[in-house]
Structures are given as C-alpha cells and as structure tokens.
Ligand binder design. Structure first.
Ligand SMILES: [Zn+2]
Length: 377
C-alpha cells in the first residue's frame, strides 16, 4: 500500500470512527454490561415535590424508576448551584478553592474516567445548557489531572471546545464501514464540496467545514426548540445526538432552567415537565439503538431542591434548610441495575461520582463519597 493510500485509509477509518460508531471499549469494561453512562444533572434546584411527588409531571422519570432504582432521600451539597452541581462530578461536598467562575481543585469524574481507563477525548463529553461558567465542569486544576483528561464540552447552540484535528488524530484504527458510517461519510464528503477527505486534515478551511458538519449533526433539531426550558432541551438533544453518533463512554448533561422558580413557580413546574419530556426523547433514542439499549446506564439527580414555602413573589428560593431543599430524589436505570427498587435510606448526591466511576470500571480516589448502595440487581 502506498503512503498516500495508507493515509487515505487511515483518514477514512478515523473519520468513520469520529462519525460514530466505534466505542473503543477498554479491556476493563469488557466484563460489564454497562458500556455507556449518561449522567443527568437535573439541576437548577428541583424539589421532589415537583418530581416524584407529582408523578404526572415526570412520567418519563417515573418509568425509569419502575425499570430501575429510585433513591428517595439524596442529601444534596448546598454550595450554590455551581458548587453543588460540580460536587456531583467531583464527589466532594465541600471543595476548597471553589469560585463561582473558576474551575474546582478536585478532579471530576471525567478526569477519573479518562486517566483511569486511558480514554480518548472522543469518549467523554459534557453537554451544558449554556453559560461560560458551565465549561468549568469539564476538568479541574488538580496537578495530577486537569485539562489533558478533560471532557469535551458542547452546548445546545453547538459551542464546542475541542481541537478538532487532535480528536481526529486520537481515533482508532481503520475498520470496515457499516451502512450508517458510509452514509454519514458520504454526507460529510458532500458537505466539504466533494473534496478528497484526506486533504481536509491538512487544510484549515476544509477542516473547519468538517467540524461544521460534525456540529450540525450534533445540534440537529435544536434550533426549533422553544419555551422556558429551551436551553435545557437543547443540551439534552445534543447529548442524544452525541450518543447516537459517537457512542461515547460517558456523557454528562447539566440543566439549569428550573431556577426560573425564584420568581415563577408555574414556570418552574413547566420546566420540570418539559425537561422530563426531553429526557423521554433521549430514552426513546437509547431504546431504539441496538448498540445502546442493552449497554447504557442513565442516572438523573438534581443538585439540590428548593425551599418549602413560596416567597413573596410566589416563587421558590433555595436557602431555608428544609428537607425540601436538602433532600432530592435520584433515579438510576441500566442493564445491571435492580428493577422497581425504591431506596428509602439516606444517600448523598456526591455518591454519584464514585458510582459512575465504578460502572465504567475505574475509581474516584479523591472523592469523599461511596458508590450508591443496593444499585445492582
Ligand atoms: Zn437559584
């Protein structure tokens, strides 16, 4: 094979892998049924009263619980929205050096997964509902971890941090194209004007077009999403597209629209209902995909709840120290989990981090938390 042919073959293989489809499973995970984990930070401050306390608001979460495990008393870390959501990813309830607009010092589960399992950037993603602050979830400042083990971040409008070429270069060996890969590759080639794809790697302009194509695939359908939860719905849609296209090992989603509750209770309840519907769409895609449905775990948990009583604006703040604020409900659904099991014992939101690491076949050495109890069948 000529050098040029080899390069071409490598590029096509790499492209096919980018566009999808090889999960690149590590040896450690081969023993587990769970190959993919979706962690949904159902954040913005969401009480159990509006989720499992009002089952008609969240039919999709309820059906996940019926087929999985419901934790009814999950103690949250009351650190403000940012710190509390970050603690879901770090497994540390009181991180030092946390600033509202800075990265944390404690490694995230993304870093644990990438370092512990040797995962490439393409395997670990976080889809956020927007805001520069949320990109800080993707990695910490910890010297042993940090950016080189960070998650790719993408938001509903397609902002995307990855150095695209480096992703291409980290992809695996060429393999035979299946039908879907061939179709995507054909579409991608059309999108770069029929140019020889191998040239795209070394040509900034066409590389940008390739990146545009990937982003268009990831954000497919988000432009039409409207309503008070639009930013959240876009993040969930991007995560769905990511799962179907790339089959990554770990995708986290961070929501935030529920915080409309400070001034608008009805708007908040509406966000909860619409986010549940968006999660329903995500589940439909997972259940319809033979490469995902029997190998994907989905875990959803708010970062904290909200106050017991309405404020003077008929909204709900978060600061009264009530059970409504301090305890939330989490649901876990996956091929290895128990079905229709309800856990009444107290667990902690920070326990999600070591739980996800365990599922993927690694550990979270700095987390001050332990894997959720009675999760497995
Ligand atoms: Zn708030």
């Amino acid at each position: 094979m000529s050098f040029e042919a080899l390069n071409r073959r490598t590029f096509l293989g790499a492209t096919a892998a980018t566009l999808a489809l090889s999960a690149g499973l590590g040896a450690q995970s081969a023993e587990r049924k769970t190959k993919h984990v979706v962690l949904i930070g159902f954040a913005g401050g969401v009480r159990t009263r509006e989720t499992f306390g009002s089952p008609s608001n969240v039919p999709n979460l309820v059906s996940l619980a019926k087929e999985g495990v419901l934790y009814k008393r999950v103690k949250s870390s009351n650190l403000g929205h940012y710190g509390a959501a970050l603690s879901l990813f770090t497994g540390v309830a009181e991180p030092r050096g946390i600033r509202e607009n800075g990265r944390g010092e404690e490694p995230t589960l993304f870093e644990y997964a990438r370092k512990g399992l040797g995962l490439a950037a393409k395997d670990v993603w976080i889809a956020t509902s927007g805001g520069a602050q949320q990109t800080n979830y993707s990695y910490s400042t910890h010297a042993d971890y940090g950016e080189r083990y960070g998650a790719n971040t993408v938001d509903g409008d397609g902002l995307f941090n990855a150095e695209f070429k480096s992703i291409l270069e980290t992809l695996g060996r060429p393999k035979k194209l299946d039908e879907r890969e061939a179709e995507l590759l054909a579409k991608m080639r059309a999108s770069i004007g029929g140019a020889d794809p191998k040239a795209a790697l070394n040509n900034a302009e066409s590389a940008a077009q390739v990146e545009r194509f990937i982003l268009d695939e990831l954000t497919g359908g988000t432009a039409s999403l409207r309503g008070p939860n639009a930013a959240d719905a876009k993040a969930i849609r991007v995560a769905r597209n990511l799962l179907v296209l790339f089959k990554p090992r770990l995708v986290a989603i961070v929501l935030q629209s529920a915080d409309i509750a400070h001034g608008n209770f009805n708007g908040y309840a509406d966000v909860v209902r619409q986010n549940d519907a968006a999660i329903g769409d995500l589940m439909k895609a997972i259940r319809a995909d033979p490469a995902l449905r029997d190998s994907t775990a989905v875990i959803a948990c708010p970062e904290f709840g909200r106050d017991r009583d309405l404020n003077s604006r008929r909204g709900l703040d978060h600061g009264d120290g009530s059970e409504d604020l301090e305890f939330v409900s989490a649901v876990a659904w996956g091929p290895e989990f128990a079905r229709d099991r309800v856990i009444e014992d107290d667990v902690r939101a920070v326990d999600l981090c070591p739980t996800v690491c365990q599922l993927l076949g690694t550990t979270a050495p700095r987390a001050k938390a332990k894997a959720l109890p009675r999760l497995y069948a």
